[in-house]
Each structure stands twice: as structure tokens, then as C-alpha cells.
Design a protein around this ligand. Sequence first.
Ligand code: HEC
Ligand code: HEC
Ligand code: HEC
Ligand code: HEC
Length: 265
Amino acid sequence: MVLRTPLLIILTLLTLLPSDASWGADKGCRGCHHVHYPDRGHCISCHGGDDRTERKRIAHYRLIPARYAGFTLPGSGEVKRGKLLLERYGCRRCHTAEKQGALLAASLDRLGNKTPEELVAAIDRPAIHMPQFRFAPAEVDALVNYLLWLGRNRGVGGKESPVVVHFDRKGSNVEHPFIKRCGGCHRVLTGSLGGMGGGSMGPNLSALFTSFYPGSYREGEPWSPQRLKAWLKNPRQIRPQAVMPPIVLEEGEAERISNFFMLNQ
Ligand code: HEC
Ligand code: HEC
Ligand code: HEC
Ligand code: HEC
């Protein structure tokens, strides 16, 4: 009897609960917070978290904080800014977004299971063959809002994520002219040879000859094999402020480097 009493009390309490399935939605959150955007869904539909508890630590598990929640509102300015940054910095050289771009790295349409913190880390402390863009915090916020938006709105039937494995091929390919002549200052991610080069003094040259490459030879003139050859001969002739020295190449190397870019985009 002594043991049964608490059980009976619980059972009685349970029968008193309304049978409506939505009972309790947001209750945990509302215990500590005021309600906003009441017509736009439950707290967790925008912020994630767990609304079945009143303990903050659990309620905030995988929470989407305010700075990354803008993407949940229609016409979000953060999403627009993030999308512009993605275009300006050429993320599509390696990733697909909205089903457009290259398949050298994970599709950004499929990151719906990542937390904002994981996305911030992926941008601030990039993987070995992803460039370090050094974005300002507000830019990272905008990009993460855009990535979260992509994760929620990703279309079905896009390109599959790549099966490219990126490992550091130290030692192999050392005879490749890109590694010998450019790799000390540049990196490039390729489909067939993985990541090449180890320098970060010059820009990451992945997909140089594609429309996804940010920047051009000269204003309005995209990179091409011919223009690359002219650049390698004397960068200062094209841009007086260039830091890159002229590169002395052996017979046939310029051709091999150009072909290498042509084949890997
Ligand atoms: C026990 C109280 C408590 C509960 C339950 C709780 N919160 Fe909070 N929440 C806080 C406090 C206190 C803060 C202030 C910042 C902090 O300490 O993290 C906060 C901050 C926040 C923020 C702003 C965080 C930021 O950095 O932008 C959001 C969004 C938020 N809570 C959403 C939720 C949601 C959604 C739920 C329900 C799933 C919830 N909270 C449940 C106490 C609570
Ligand atoms: C439609 C999406 C949406 C819903 C639903 C929503 N929020 Fe928010 N929340 C946001 C956005 C966006 C922000 C960032 C500031 C802003 O734009 O209002 C935010 C900011 C916050 C903040 C930090 C700033 C502040 O106002 O204190 C807290 C805390 C918060 N929300 C808690 C909640 C809780 C609790 C609920 C459920 C009662 C909820 N939110 C429902 C989108 C939403
Ligand atoms: C030169 C190629 C390259 C460019 C350009 C690039 N990335 Fe990446 N990125 C990578 C590689 C390699 C990884 C490691 C994971 C993989 O292979 O997909 C990665 C990983 C990521 C991840 C984590 C993915 C995951 O599955 O967790 C995010 C998020 C990301 N990149 C965002 C961006 C954004 C935003 C930009 C543009 C501002 C960008 N990347 C530009 C190569 C690139
Ligand atoms: C000593 C370091 C160094 C070497 C070696 C080097 N580069 Fe560069 N490269 C740079 C730097 C630094 C820049 C940035 C522009 C500047 O200020 O010169 C650059 C810029 C470039 C650009 C222009 C990219 C853009 O977005 O404007 C191309 C293309 C390029 N390098 C190709 C190559 C190739 C191909 C090789 C090898 C044949 C090579 N570089 C070797 C340092 C180097």
C-alpha cells in the first residue's frame, strides 16, 4: 500500500491532463521566456531545443540562438547577405548550394542536421583544403543563417554529396608541376588528385577557369589558359601591385599546369 500510493497519485494526475496532443507545446520555454511570433509556430520550430522540460540546460540543447534565427522569418536580410557572400567568395567552386556548383566537397544543401556552432566552426576553422576566408563575425552570422535556411529549404533530387576523400597526399605527386612550382604558395582542390599544394600566401586556385572562381584576370576578363600563361610570365605586368613573382617554367610545364586546371573543375 505504501508503495502504491505514489503510483495512484500519478495515475490520477495523468487522467486529469487534457488529451489534446499539443498539450505542453512550448510550455517549458514559456516558463522562462515571453512569447513572440505566436502566429509563426512553436518556439522549437524556429529555435530548436526541447520544450518538454523546464530545465534550461536540456531545453537549450541544440538551440538556435537569436543571431542565427533570422533565417526563419520570410524575406530574411541575413539570408540574402549570406547568399551574396557565398557567391562573392566562390563557395560553389567546391560545394553545391541550391543545387548549383561543384561536387568537390559536401553539398551545402544538406547540412540541416548541423548546429549553428558546428557551422561557425566549419567556416572559422576550415578543413585543410577549404580556404581560410577570415570573415568578420557579422559575415559568419549571415553565412550561417543562409546555411541553416538551405538546410531547411533544400530541394529534393539535387546532386548527391561527393564521395571525394580529402587526405593530405604528402610525398605523392611531388613531381607534379603544380606542387613543384605553385604548391609552396597556393592550394587547389581537385576531383582526381585530391588536395594539392600546401601554401597559403596566394589564393586557393580551385576551379580557376570556371564562373564560380571569385575574381578575374582583369576586370571583366575571366581566367583562361592563355591569360594564366601571361600571368605566370609576369604578374606585375597585369597588376602593378602583385606580390607573386614571375614563375620560371621548364619546357611544357605551362601547358601541363593549364591542362591540370582544365581537367580539374
Ligand atoms: C529554466 C529557464 C529556461 C527555459 C526552460 C528555457 N530558457 Fe531560453 N533562456 C533562458 C535564459 C536565462 C536565457 C538567457 C541567456 C542564457 O543564459 O543562455 C535564455 C536565452 C534564450 C535564447 C537567446 C539565446 C541567444 O544567445 O540568442 C533563446 C533563443 C532561448 N532562450 C530559447 C528558448 C527556447 C526555444 C526554449 C524552449 C525549448 C527555452 N529557451 C527554454 C532560460 C530558459
Ligand atoms: C518564426 C520564428 C520564431 C518563433 C516561432 C520564435 N522565435 Fe524567438 N526569435 C526569432 C528570431 C528571428 C529572433 C531574433 C530577434 C528577432 O528578429 O526578433 C528571436 C529571438 C529570440 C530571443 C532573444 C531575443 C529576445 O527577444 O529576447 C529569445 C529569448 C527567443 N527568441 C525565444 C523564443 C521563445 C521562447 C519562443 C516561443 C514562445 C520563440 N522565441 C518563438 C524567431 C522565432
Ligand atoms: C577550395 C574548396 C572549398 C571552398 C572554396 C569552400 N570550401 Fe567549404 N569545405 C571544403 C572542404 C574540403 C571541406 C571538408 C569537408 C568536405 O570534404 O566536404 C569543407 C567543409 C565545409 C563545411 C562543413 C561541411 C560539413 O559537412 O560539415 C561548411 C559549412 C563549408 N565548407 C562552408 C563553406 C562556405 C560557406 C564557403 C564559402 C565562403 C566554402 N565552404 C568554400 C572546401 C571548400
Ligand atoms: C612565391 C609564392 C607564389 C608562387 C610560387 C606562385 N604564386 Fe601565384 N600568387 C601568389 C600571390 C601572393 C598571389 C596573390 C596576388 C598577388 O598579390 O600577387 C598569387 C596570385 C595568383 C593568381 C591570381 C589569382 C587571383 O584570384 O587573382 C594565379 C592565377 C596564380 N597566382 C597562379 C599561380 C600558379 C599557377 C603558380 C605556379 C605555376 C603560382 N601562382 C605560383 C604567390 C605565388
